[in-house]
Design a protein around this ligand. Structure first.
Ligand code: FES
Length: 91
């Protein structure tokens, strides 16, 4: 039997069924893109969903460059969108 777990994305609450990936949890919470490409600043989120394309990179509990589609969300996990050069310039 599954139950809800709580985490954060960019310091905002993220709730999902236990057993989902970070990527699935983000999508279920209405987050469809969470980083920008370096050169053109285009939004990226889930693309292949199976760990091949590396479009879905996030920081998980301080570890950068984790594939959101391959990491299982755990209770209390802190997820952050990947910061790119473009994003830093826009901030
Ligand atoms: S969506 Fe392609 S590696 Fe995660």
């Amino acid at each position: 039997m599954s139950h809800k777990i709580n985490a954060t994305f960019n310091n905002r609450p993220l709730t999902a069924e236990d057993g989902t990936t970070v990527g699935a949890a983000l999508m279920a919470n209405g987050v469809t893109s969470w980083r920008n490409t370096r050169k053109e600043g285009k939004p990226r989120g889930l693309f292949c969903g199976i760990g091949v394309c590396f479009d879905c990179l996030v920081e998980v509990d301080g570890e950068p460059n984790q594939r959101a589609c391959m990491v299982r969300l755990t209770d209390g996990m802190r997820v952050n969108g990947a910061v790119t050069d473009t994003a830093e310039k826009e901030a």
